[in-house]
Design a protein around this ligand. Structure first.
Ligand code: GLA
Length: 322
């Protein structure tokens, strides 16, 4: 008997298992395409919806790659996460040289959000409206957006997004998966936004578990407290690696155990969408980002280089079947 794909098990259970997708692999690699289609009922464009790739010049948009991924999602009945409307990284190259006024930034950001969220109104289910606005010490990160518009830029971004789309609107960040100083700060930020009537629907916990693996029990408690605020919680960018100097004897088993523990804790706490940051180890961002290849092992996902399922895949399947 051929095993039932993960997405069917997830569909039956009414939960979502996702992957971040890259347009080049989707177009050129049939194994990638097939795993993406069969095994996941949720997707996130890994880079294609970021401002840099979308905005070749100040007045133009290039939606080619974003459309390819979003349309793949629509064609195969997937939940689509849009990532991301406002971020301090991966802005267009021309942006750095732009000598702008604060008002120009305001107009630019509003138009960007209206245009991009509006284009995918019928196809994108959830948006990471703002990504990584809080610094590691819990303060508001200083970015071009905060410098031009003050802390209010978050309120404005969510309001502008809600004018253009009916998608659920998320705040997304890293290092805030468990209860800690940063997730406390995000809790306060979102509580304040809700008090002011800002249309924020959820919080995305990225969960890049690279070397440090946040305690699953604390992740569960963190999810619960955000849910008690009235927010949905999703795990948006999960991957699991090890510090090069601290690789256990049986890394694939330890990795599988961590995936299992996190999935159990999240589902128990009422988080029903977990997206992994890629389809297979061959194309993980960890193999190409900054000095990460020297720092971390580069096989953090559910499928290996040959697109074969790993112990982590079996562990996730077992949790979903349970
Ligand atoms: C952050 C961003 C993602 C991605 C990863 C690394 O987590 O939210 O879009 O850039 O870094 O790939």
């Amino acid at each position: 008997m051929v095993d039932q794909p993960l997405r069917e098990i997830a569909d039956e259970r009414d939960v979502r298992i996702g992957a971040a997708l890259a347009p080049g692999s989707l177009r050129s690699d049939p194994s990638y395409w097939k795993r993406a289609k069969d095994e996941f009922n949720a997707i996130t464009p890994e880079n294609a919806l970021k401002m840099g790739p979308l905005r070749p010049s100040p007045k133009t948009y290039d939606f080619t790659d974003a459309d390819a991924i979003v349309n793949f999602g629509a064609a195969h009945d997937k939940y689509v996460r849009g990532h991301t409307l406002v971020w301090h990284n991966q802005k267009p190259d021309w942006f750095e040289a732009w000598e702008h006024t604060d008002d120009q930034i305001r107009t630019f950001l509003r138009d960007h959000i209206h245009t991009v969220a509006g284009r995918y109104r019928a196809k994108i289910d959830a948006w990471d409206v703002v990504n990584e606005a809080i610094a590691d010490d819990g303060s508001l990160r200083e970015t071009v957006w905060s410098e031009a518009l003050g802390e209010e830029y978050l309120d404005l971004a969510f309001e502008w997004a809600s004018e253009a789309t009916d998608a659920d609107l998320y705040y997304n960040d890293y290092g805030a998966d468990a209860i800690n100083e940063k997730s406390d700060a995000i809790y306060d930020l979102l509580e304040g936004m809700l008090d002011r009537g800002i249309p924020v629907d959820g919080v995305g916990l990225q969960l890049h578990a690279l070397g440090d693996h946040p305690d699953p029990e604390s992740i569960g408690e963190n999810i619960e407290r955000f849910r008690e605020l009235g927010l949905d919680v999703q795990i948006t960018e999960m991957d699991v690696a090890f510090h090069r100097g601290e690789v256990p004897d049986d890394p694939l088993e330890v990795q599988a155990d961590y995936y299992r523990d996190v999935f159990e804790a999240c589902l128990d706490a009422g988080c029903e969408t977990i997206v992994t940051w890629g389809v297979a180890d061959a194309s993980t961002w960890l193999r190409g980002f900054a000095d990460f290849p020297e720092r971390y092992t580069g096989d953090p996902l559910l499928f290996d280089e040959r697109y074969d399922p790993k112990p982590a895949y079996d562990a996730v399947r077992a949790v979903l079947e349970d």
